[in-house]
Design a protein around this ligand. Structure first.
Ligand SMILES: [Zn+2]
Length: 360
């Protein structure tokens, strides 16, 4: 689940990557619509977090415009939408809302916008129902969750903090009671020249939009220019191996030609999808090596590994993301025989590099 936007851990890459080409030197100002092409407009919605914005796109479709991602459900974001609707969009028609995935910064105002225009929401099945099924405002930590955190070596006294993952209700306007299901390779129902490309690992069934003719990919959080997207084992799906899904999705994105303009969910639009994919693959390889080195020196729990990989103090939510990331990498390596793990007498999973992976 994303409170600050789960793509943001840690927000460390401030400078834009020199290996990519950014055709726009700076982002749109508040409420400004930047024309990418006559058929695509770009705007930014602010967020009160370390990752301080999310990109929103307007895509021309027969009969009007489709909104792609919405911003958080906050008075500021609603205000910007109202200004747009009364201003530059006054004579325009919105005919649908597409959400790449269920995280609050991308979907927070889906209900509000679909209601305002009385238009359908387009999403994948797994994204829509993940949000529908996400518990909200838990009073106590369920035993399954307590066991998950215990196995990760998370301090018992911090357990109550983990409920932060279920305190996001205000960031999402009531979800529409119906949606139009999108699936991998679908031509978008509102405009067939946009094809749905599903990515996995950051969220269950993330729907990017690719137009071969326009040479544009709206990538959501699946391909970001400067930050590495959060990939976490979640308490709601504790046995998952999300990094496998993520790396397989990256592999597919490596086939996107470099003359395709990538319109990401955060950061500036860029050219150089293949180079970015290669950098992200290298980032994960480097992470794997750091983890195997750390676990060669001593047996570590996931929580102890967080302290190694993210030595700076972390807030409650970022700590959850960091733990999820560590678990995702540990799970990936353990499933491939690169790490051994055992449950110790206190019910904590401890990981050690296998002899094969220890550097001599
Ligand atoms: Zn996200």
């Amino acid at each position: 689940m994303s409170k600050t936007e789960a793509a943001s851990l840690p927000v460390r890459d401030v400078a834009y990557d020199a290996s990519l080409f950014y055709p726009y030197g700076h982002p749109p100002g508040r409420g400004e619509l930047v024309e990418i092409t006559p058929d695509i407009k770009w705007l930014r919605m602010p967020m009160p977090y370390a990752l301080d914005h999310v990109n929103v796109y307007l895509v021309r479709v027969p009969g009007g415009w489709m909104i792609v991602d919405t911003g958080l459900n906050s008075p500021v974001t609603r205000g910007i939408w109202e200004e747009l609707c009364d201003g530059p969009l006054r004579k325009e028609k919105v005919v649908g809302v597409h959400c790449t995935h269920y995280h609050v910064d991308h979907l927070g105002l889906a209900g509000y916008l679909t209601e305002r225009w009385r238009v359908p929401l387009f999403m994948t099945y797994e994204e829509y129902y993940t949000l529908r099924g996400w518990p909200e405002g838990l009073d106590a930590v369920p035993w399954q969750h307590a066991e998950f955190f215990q196995r990760a070596g998370f301090p018992r006294e911090l357990l109550a903090q983990t409920l932060v993952m279920f305190e996001f209700g205000w960031e999402i306007a009531p979800l529409p009671l119906s949606f139009v299901r999108l699936q991998e390779r679908d031509s978008h129902p509102l405009n067939g020249e946009w094809q749905v490309m599903v990515g996995r690992g950051h969220s269950p069934e993330h729907a990017m939009l690719f137009s071969k003719r326009k040479k544009v990919l709206i990538s959501g959080d699946q391909l970001l220019p400067t930050i590495s997207t959060n990939v976490s084992v979640s308490v709601m799906n504790p046995e998952d191996d999300p990094l496998s899904h993520w790396l397989a999705s990256l592999e597919r994105l490596a086939a996107i030609p470099d003359d395709v303009l990538v319109l990401p969910g955060h950061g500036l639009p860029f050219y150089g999808a293949r180079r970015r994919v290669a950098e992200l693959q290298a980032h994960h390889r480097q992470r794997f090596q750091m983890i195997m080195d750390a676990c060669a020196e001593r047996e570590l729990s996931a929580y102890e590994l967080v302290k190694v990989l993210y030595p700076a103090p972390l807030g409650d939510f970022d700590l959850q993301l960091a733990l999820g990331e560590c678990l995702a990498h540990l799970r990936y390596l353990a499933r491939r025989g690169r790490l051994e793990n055992r449950l110790d007498g206190e019910g904590v999973n401890r990981y050690r590099s296998t002899p094969l992976t220890i550097k001599r």
